[in-house]
Write a protein that binds this ligand. Structure first.
Ligand code: CA
Length: 222
C-alpha cells in the first residue's frame, strides 16, 4: 500500500511519515501542493493524506483538480480548521474523510483503512479492472501502466477494455469487432490488427498474445 503524504509542517510530517511506515505503508512525503500534484499525475496511490494549507497550491485546489481529472484515490484531509463550514467545504470538494489537528494517530490509521476499503469497493463497483500492472477505469476512461498514465485512442481503449473484461479467455476477432461496434463507421478488415499493434507499442509487445486462427488474449492474469 502506497500513501502520498502532503504536509508542509516538518515536525508533523516527520511524525506522520514514521507512524504510517510503522503501520506498513510505503510513504511518499511532499511539502508543497504543486509537488503533490506532480506525484499524483505520475504515480498511483492507495490513499492521500492531505493538509489544506500548503505552499504553491492549496490542498483544496489540489483536491478539486484531482477529482476533475477523474482520479478517485481516497483522500483524507488533515487540517487545523475546525469549523463546521470548513469541514463541509472539504467533503464537498471530494474528500473521503476529515481529521482535525491535533488528532490521535490510531484514529488516522483507522480512518485510512476505512477510506481505502471504501475506495476499493467503489472501484470494483465501477468496473475498474487490473491485470498485471495495467489498470483501466471505464468511468474516467483512464488507463495506467504501473501507475503511469497511458494515452489511448477511443478504439484502442475499447479493445483493451474488452480484453481485460475477458482476461484469461481468448477473444475472437468478431468479439473484438463487436466491442468496436458503435464507434461510428465500419470496422475495416485490417483495423483490428492495426489497433492491436498500437496497443502493443504502448503497453509492451508481449502483453497481447495472438492465438493463431482463434483471436487474442491478454498475458498475465491478475
Ligand atoms: Ca499547512
Amino acid at each position: 500500500m502506497r500513501v502520498l503524504l502532503v504536509e508542509d509542517d516538518r515536525s508533523l510530517g516527520e511524525t506522520l511519515q514514521s507512524w504510517l511506515q510503522l503501520d506498513g505503508y510505503a510513504v511518499d512525503w511532499v511539502m508543497r501542493g504543486d509537488l503533490a500534484d506532480t506525484a499524483l499525475r505520475t504515480h498511483s496511490y492507495d490513499c492521500v493524506v492531505l493538509d489544506r494549507g500548503l505552499p504553491r497550491l492549496s490542498g483544496d485546489s489540489l483536491l478539486a483538480t484531482l477529482r476533475a481529472h477523474g482520479n478517485a484515490v481516497p483522500v483524507l484531509i488533515v487540517t487545523a480548521r475546525d469549523t463546521l463550514a470548513d469541514r463541509i467545504a472539504g467533503l464537498d470538494l471530494g474528500a473521503d474523510d476529515y481529521l482535525v489537528k491535533p488528532f490521535d494517530l490510531e484514529e488516522l490509521s483507522a480512518r485510512m483503512r476505512a477510506a481505502i476499503r471504501r475506495g476499493t469497493q467503489q472501484a470494483q463497483a465501477a468496473g475498474e479492472s487490473h491485470v498485471d500492472g495495467v489498470r483501466l477505469d471505464p468511468a474516467a476512461k483512464r488507463v495506467t501502466l504501473h501507475g503511469e498514465p497511458i494515452t489511448l485512442t477511443a478504439r484502442e481503449f475499447a479493445i483493451l477494455h474488452a480484453l481485460m473484461r475477458n482476461s484469461g479467455r481468448i477473444l475472437t476477432r468478431s468479439q473484438i469487432e463487436e466491442a468496436l461496434y458503435g464507434w461510428g463507421d465500419e470496422v475495416e478488415s485490417n483495423a483490428i490488427e492495426v489497433h492491436i499493434h498500437h496497443l502493443r507499442k504502448k503497453l509492451g509487445a508481449e502483453r497481447i498474445v495472438t492465438r493463431r486462427n482463434l483471436g487474442y488474449t491478454l498475458r498475465g492474469d491478475r
